[in-house]
Design a protein around this ligand. Structure first.
Ligand code: NAP
Ligand code: MN
Length: 263
């Protein structure tokens, strides 16, 4: 698919930005350099200025047309996992945008809760309302286990460094086509054993059937409470999000910078 049919100078673009001083300044410079047309409804390119959380906002806003846009993400804090460029790399960034060949795709996960379908970039979580979540977990049609605890988190490879990591899950290479199920504070007893984390390829799905049908759900930044949930299906989607890629910051570099390096 050609994303920039009219070229970078006439491109339709939109900006989703944090509102701190640095982000506002970057936003102003992007408008100067972009030379395109601002188009909130039907952009070809969306600039995300802020952090990984800002990219989650872009995904939410453009969920219905997510495979038609290119995200260009600029980080105004520390290097993030979805943020490819730093404020001092804008010239380079626009050069890459013109060349139209430096992209990276991140797969979304797709969920089905009763009849509601949607996508998430990091993860879906489910929990009980003021009490334990008790649920059966299946891989496709095969029963795996019954779990009790605070909840369940199913994440994408790119989401593996977010909530999943805090749960002791593995960091997955973002090129893997996989999803990871993790348990949030599981209450394990001799009579109720559980296993986690569990990673599946995109050929399989997790099916979660809560004992009580009223549960809380989160999809990245969004939260909902649903009353009649009989099953939640989660799998890696064929739909992916396309980002302009900065070759300088590879996956290993990001992990080191984010979690290990002091500056
Ligand atoms: P937030 O309260 O602003 O904090 C979320 C933090 O996670 C931010 O520092 C964010 O980075 C970072 N983050 C987001 N996606 C990431 C990724 N893929 N890899 C590494 N770090 C990532 O919340 P928010 O901005 O609305 O983000 C929602 C996310 O919070 C959820 O998707 C979930 O992953 C995470 N979360 C984590 C926990 C936990 O660790 N115990 C609990 C609930 C939710 P930026 O500062 O660059 O935005
Ligand atoms: Mn945030």
């Amino acid at each position: 698919m050609l994303y920039l049919e009219v070229g970078v100078d006439g491109m339709r673009y939109w900006i989703i930005s944090k509102t701190d001083e640095i982000s506002n300044d970057v936003s102003r410079r992007v408008k100067e350099l972009a030379m395109g047309v601002l188009d909130e409804k039907n952009p070809e390119v969306v600039f995300s200025i802020g952090g990984d959380g800002t990219v989650l906002d872009v995904i939410e806003r453009y969920q219905s047309m997510i495979n038609q846009i290119l995200i260009v993400s600029i980080h105004t804090g520390n290097l993030g996992f979805y943020t490819e460029f730093l404020p001092n790399e804008l010239d380079e960034m626009f050069k890459l945008l013109k060349e139209e060949k430096s992209y990276v795709n991140y797969y979304l996960l797709e969920y089905e809760v009763n009849d509601i379908k949607g996508y998430a970039l990091n993860e879906i979580t489910m929990s009980g309302i003021g009490r334990m979540l008790k649920a059966e977990v299946y891989i496709d049609h095969t029963y795996l286990m019954h779990t009790r605890g605070n909840g369940i988190c199913v994440s994408t490879p790119t989401g593996s460094t977010a909530y999943n990591k805090a749960l002791g899950g593995a960091i997955l290479d973002n090129k893997l086509k996989a999803i990871q199920l993790n348990l949030i504070a599981p209450f394990e007893t001799a009579g109720n054993k559980v296993i986690y984390p569990v990673v599946l390829s995109d050929a399989h799905e997790f099916v979660i059937k809560p004992d009580e049908k009223h549960i809380d759900l989160s999809f990245d930044r969004r939260f909902i409470s649903l009353e009649n949930v009989s099953s939640i299906k989660v799998r890696l989607s064929q739909v992916c999000v396309k980002f302009l890629k900065n070759e300088k910051h590879d996956f290993a570099h990001r992990i080191h910078k984010t979690f290990i390096a002091r500056n």
